[in-house]
Design a protein around this ligand. Structure first.
Ligand code: T46
Length: 137
């Protein structure tokens, strides 16, 4: 599964560097969807894994605000692992992509910018069901 195909893309976030420190901003023109929701994962215990699902419609943009973690992505055919570790770079995950987040470093924070509000019905939480869903499309 290639970066910059229809499924996933690394996007740079504008950075304003000053002697006082850096500031990065995500606006509607930074990512290719209107922002409807923002949430973040933090206080993640060592060895813990998040995700383990795909979305039917939701698009998301993930940023390692602090520390690092791996995102394992699967489009139903191929698997790709992306390490996020820069607060000025994010990973766009389009709909129909299975994702698992793992190898969180101590104190890491994962910011998620989402295209939709939370809807449980949008989730596919079973991998076999995901494969069937992808093959139907
Ligand atoms: C994703 C990864 C990166 C809510 O009530 N509202 C919300 O907006 C979200 C995201 C979750 N929840 C509830 C649902 C569950 O009871 O919070 C609980 C944990 O959710 P979940 O098991 O889905 O968390 P993760 O970290 O495995 O997955 C989340 C997102 O759900 C998912 O879309 O891509 O973060």
């Amino acid at each position: 599964m290639k970066i910059n195909n229809r499924g996933i893309q690394i996007i740079s976030i504008p950075k304003i560097e000053e002697r006082r420190g850096n500031l990065s901003v995500i606006e509607n023109d930074t990512i290719p969807f209107d922002i409807k929701r923002v949430y973040y994962l933090y206080d993640i215990p060592t060895g813990s894994e998040r995700g383990g699902h795909a979305h039917k419609d939701l698009r998301q943009f993930l940023v390692a605000l602090s520390g690092s973690f791996d995102v394992v992505l699967n489009d139903g055919k191929e698997e790709t692992i992306i390490t996020l570790n820069k607060p000025y770079e994010g990973l766009l995950i389009n709909s129909g992509i299975w994702r698992e987040l793992q190898n969180f470093s101590s104190g890491s924070i994962c910011l998620v910018v989402a295209s939709e509000v939370y809807i449980e019905e949008d989730y596919i939480r079973d991998f076999d069901e995901f494969i069937k869903y992808v093959n139907r499309k």
